[in-house]
Design a protein around this ligand. Sequence first.
Ligand code: PLP
Length: 500
Amino acid sequence: MQIRLDRTTRVPLYRQLADQLRRRILSGELPPGTRLPPERRLAAMLGINRSTVVSAYRELAAEGLIAGHVGRGTVVVDPNRADTADARANGVPWPQLFAPLAAALYDPALEDAMAASARPDVISFATGQPAPECYPIPAVRQLLDEALHREGPRLLQYCPTEGYPPLREAIAAWSRAAGIHCTPDQVLVVSGSQQGLYLIARALLEPGDLVAVEAPTYVGALQIFRALGARLLPIPTDEFGMRVSVLEQALQHRRPKLIYTLPTFQNPSGITLSLDRRRRLLEVAARAGIPVVEDDPYRELWYESPPPPPLAALDDAGIVISLTTVSKILFPGFRIGWLIAPWPVVQQLTLVKQLVDLDTNPLMQWAIWAFLERGLLGPHLEELRTTYRTRRDLLAEALRRELGETVRFTVPAGGLYLWCLLPDEVRVRDLLPEAARRGVAFAPGESFFVDPTAGRHWMRLNFTYPNPPAIVEGVRRLAQAITAVRETRTLARHAPAPIV
Ligand SMILES: Cc1ncc(COP(=O)(O)O)c(C=O)c1O
């Protein structure tokens, strides 16, 4: 394929590449079904970074011109496909009108993992969901009943954008018990911490701004930052969390607009930032005047001993915005989370939230308030810790039994995930379709890194959603899939060279 890139113009290389591919697709030179070269190969052919090719492919995927599939690569889309034909029937080429948002969401491996996960015959280690068997449904049913009976229409009206005032007070009190000095007006209730993260990013970032993130980190955060046009600065992690010394060095010549971190039972790695590093991170960030976003959904889910204090509790400089959610400790369906931040930040984010959804569902806010006020959360957390500790240990045991030295992992001290390293000859891209065929799904490591190649041998296994028999059977299927991929690779290595 002839592609000419001009390094002397100001047009970014990925745009030039996307433009040339688009022209050929639209002219029919690359007809539907044409398989585009794998990202790495095209990057090598053109002498550019793989991330440049990834960005170009993302743009074309967002326009509906190409689609990526694990196992089949990236393919030019058939314009007669039902959805494309529908778009034309409406008189406008919809996919080409969209702003480049969907490009940030282009992650075929993750899409395939989630699609497999949704199949009823598949045991899913892929999601980030709590155990549905532990949802306190009778208590919630009673609270919702009481809410409608006592408060009636009031909870079906709009409520203040900042949140239902009694809930803000209860959250402030709960946070103070965790050592975070805050008042109710520093609390902003949000519709899930994903929304909180979006509000923060929307309020603080402009296209081109740099955001420091851990490598690996939460995929939903990467998507938001990318969607808003931010550039990402990955900071490596080890068994004590983010390597703050590397961040410190980077700050000598780079200036991120914010630092995004998951210091406690990280998603996906399960790692917790040590107390020393927490203090160091805050010192470094305060000296440079850079806000720190502490995303903290897993803090209460500890299985040995409570984790070190949140960054927000150690922050004397007013630089931390902390985010929490009930999604992991109760259930995700209510869409209730909150952030705690210095008051001017809450004020600004409230303006942004007004644009997004006016307010968070007051009925659900009332139920969470009552759950906290009546002391129901403490015993519920105790039950979760016991259930999840057992499931975590069961998963670790099953992996050791079925796979022995083939996989490497550290048993996490809390959270929902076990982060697992596969042998060199097993790439998650090859394993995903094989696993799906055998009825098991996991989250591919590539999705959690700024540079996806860093995650090609990692998989994230959730141990809270599948029940114990499913965990045991799921690992058995996974082990079979890994063996099958290894055998295929070995056969491929020993296949006779083609006679040319
Ligand atoms: C680190 C992190 N932040 C945010 C979220 C999203 O949470 P919510 O359901 O509250 O939007 C998740 C969910 O997996 C997460 O792991």
